[in-house]
Every structure is written in structure tokens, then in C-alpha cells.
Design a protein around this ligand. Structure first.
Ligand SMILES: *Cc1c(COP(=O)(O)O)cnc(C)c1O
Length: 219
């Protein structure tokens, strides 16, 4: 591993541990999802060699090409929008799908789970900033959507995920996500990226999705 790749990765790992400690949360309370989308293999290999086992990807096809032949021992998270026609491919590859946000997708995932006999862990994505261009269920519809996912499709989400608006302080969005999760009995929160993962840990993130701070800027 090159010195710079090692120091970027180990520094993110150390910052996560410090932020967890500062928030009086136990060591190991926060999982680093290393976001490898659009990264060259030369950037990923040293992080893999350093022991990182949890990776996040935005696109099903890119992730399949990168990981399908070497996914042994790894945990793969889909963190990008999922089209229903890719649901089966996503269920086949990923351990965690973080972007469940509509009933049509819930149905497609339930069908794929049945067909493939493989049940990825699921997160519901919430569009906390109600941005029209962004995926995710809007906050006021989140409770009803989570209830429908459980009742109509027999799926049990384990947490919520959000991507706050780039131009706003992230803290209030993280707080809102935590509140929606708590009132729906969901224990896990996927929130925080390179620029704000320490803030997210302060608001209770159980996993942070960090790309450029680990691997360097994307192509
Ligand atoms: C790309 C991406 C990330 C990682 O972003 P960085 O700013 O590089 O850490 C995290 N979450 C989602 C949903 C992403 O698309």
C-alpha cells in the first residue's frame, strides 16, 4: 500500500473512532462503508489489503463487474438509486440495499427475494431535504411507507438512509432521520459522507458512507 493511500484510509478509521468516542458511543458502533464507485482498482486494492471489508457502490452493473468475482468475505452495500428492472441483479449481488423508496421497488425486491432465496438487509431512503431531483420518500410519507413495506411486501427494513442537501448544514437532516427511525422502531442509520461523517456520528449514525476521503477524488 502506498503511504498516501494508507494514511487516508487509516485517518478516516481513526476519525470515526474519535467521533464515536466524543459522542460517548461504544467502539465499533459505527461501520465504515467505503464508497468505491468510480474508483480505479489501484485505489481500492490497498484499502482492501489494509483489511476493509465493507464497500458501497452506486450502480448495480459497475458493482457486479468490480466485485462479483471477488466478493468472498466482503459486505457490499448498494447506495445508489435502484431501477425495478435491476432489482434481481441487486438482490443477487448486494448484502445491503440502502435505497428502498417506493412501493413498486418493494414489490420487485420481494419478488427477487422469493425467486433467488436471498434476502439482503434493507434501508429505506428518506429525502429529508425534499429535493425534487433526489430519490427517497419524503419525511411526512415515511411512516406510511415503512408500514406498507412491512405489511404488504413482508420486508423488514433495518434502518434509514439519507443524503442531505449539499448546500445546507447536515445536522438537522441527520436529527430528522434519527427521529423518523426511532418512532418506527428502526435501529440503524446510514448517514454521513466525506464532508460530514463526524457530524453524522454525533447524531447517531451506525454507518457512514465515505468515498473521496478514503480513496481520493473520483475520476
Ligand atoms: C458517492 C456517495 C457517497 C460518498 O461520497 P463522498 O463525498 O466521496 O464521501 C456517499 N453516499 C452516497 C449515496 C453516494 O452516492
Amino acid at each position: 500500500m502506498t503511504a498516501s493511500a494508507e494514511s487516508a484510509y487509516t485517518s478516516v478509521v481513526a476519525r470515526i473512532a474519535r467521533a464515536a468516542q466524543a459522542a460517548a458511543r461504544p467502539a465499533g458502533a459505527v461501520t465504515l462503508v467505503a464508497v468505491s464507485k468510480l474508483q480505479p482498482w489501484e485505489a481500492i486494492a490497498p484499502v482492501l489489503a489494509a483489511g476493509q471489508t465493507v464497500f458501497g457502490e452506486n450502480r448495480v452493473q459497475e458493482a457486479t463487474e468490480r466485485w462479483a468475482e471477488r466478493r468472498q468475505g466482503l459486505t457490499l452495500h448498494l447506495i445508489g438509486p435502484l431501477q425495478t428492472n435491476k432489482a434481481a441483479d441487486a438482490v443477487a449481488l448486494f448484502d445491503v440495499i440502502e435505497t428502498l423508496d417506493r412501493e413498486k421497488l418493494a414489490r420487485a425486491l420481494a419478488d427477487a427475494v422469493q425467486k433467488l432465496g436471498r434476502t439482503p438487509r434493507l434501508y429505506v431512503q428518506v429525502n429529508t431535504g425534499e429535493e425534487p431531483q433526489k430519490a427517497g420518500v419524503i419525511p411526512e410519507q415515511a411512516d406510511a411507507f415503512i408500514a406498507a413495506v412491512r405489511a404488504a411486501y413482508g420486508l423488514e427494513p433495518e434502518g434509514l438512509m439519507c443524503i442531505p442537501p449539499a448546500a445546507e448544514p447536515a445536522g438537522p437532516h441527520f436529527a430528522l432521520l434519527a427521529k423518523i427511525a426511532a418512532r418506527n422502531g428502526l435501529a440503524r442509520l446510514s448517514m454521513g459522507m466525506s464532508d460530514d461523517f463526524e457530524t453524522a456520528i454525533g447524531f447517531g449514525a451506525t454507518s457512514v458512507r465515505v468515498g473521496s476521503a478514503v480513496f481520493g477524488a473520483r475520476a
